[in-house]
Ligand binder design. Sequence first.
Ligand code: SAM
Length: 241
Amino acid sequence: MPPLPPSPHPALAQLAAHLGALVPRAELACEPLPEVPEVRLWLFRDLHPDEPLDDASVNTLMEAPPYWSLCWASGQVLARYILDHPEQVRGQVVLDFGAGSGVVAVAAARAGAARVFACDEDPWSQKASAVNAAENGVAVETLASLDDAPVAPDLIVAADILYDRDNLPLLDEIAARSAVLLADSRIPDLDPDGYTRFARAEATTWPDPGEDTQFNHVRLFHCGLLNPKRVRRVQKHRNRW
Ligand SMILES: C[S@@+](CC[C@H](N)C(=O)[O-])C[C@H]1O[C@@H](n2cnc3c(N)ncnc32)[C@H](O)[C@@H]1O
């Protein structure tokens, strides 16, 4: 008898129902990411891309955007960077801050991190990270806040947390806790104190919401990588991206 297919994660149906309540007819689909085909995520599938959303759906989306249902450009780039440079996370406790779908957490776990947390204040994101970790066969623990981490992370990874400029103070907050790898596509002239820009890459938020192409330019920063050998390894890759 052929083996039974693995049963879906119990939170998948809850996520699908939540998204369907926000956007009528919307569905979740699981596909490999264009820039990170090693990772498959359950993401938004718009079945009627040519039909504009009604006002009620637009308002609901504006009030509680399901960030977790897209993989943001920076999430793709940081996941790609980590999978190409597993030595940055191998054996470490890594916390993906503003995890959304959990894309960077999944990449860190695949790259050999010892323990991985996906931290997001949105409870639906925590469910999405759990579903996507299970889909990729890796262990990721979910958290609502940095203060809930049971151990201090060695490295915080964060992708596209600055979609709102009010989030800028978060950069100091995470840098006060551990070394940071940050990816950003939202603020072109971003130059935060203590952070060093070391690479750039192109990617599209996925599925492509058709945003202005300026948001396809992703910049990578590190902060507080105190081990000089590790800093040199990060900087060596400047021209590969
Ligand atoms: C634009 S999404 C990016 C998701 C993912 N990192 C990616 O690149 O696809 C930003 C996420 O940050 C989360 N977020 C924003 N402020 C936060 C905070 N103070 N604490 C935890 N999560 C936060 C949001 O809920 C959202 O899921």
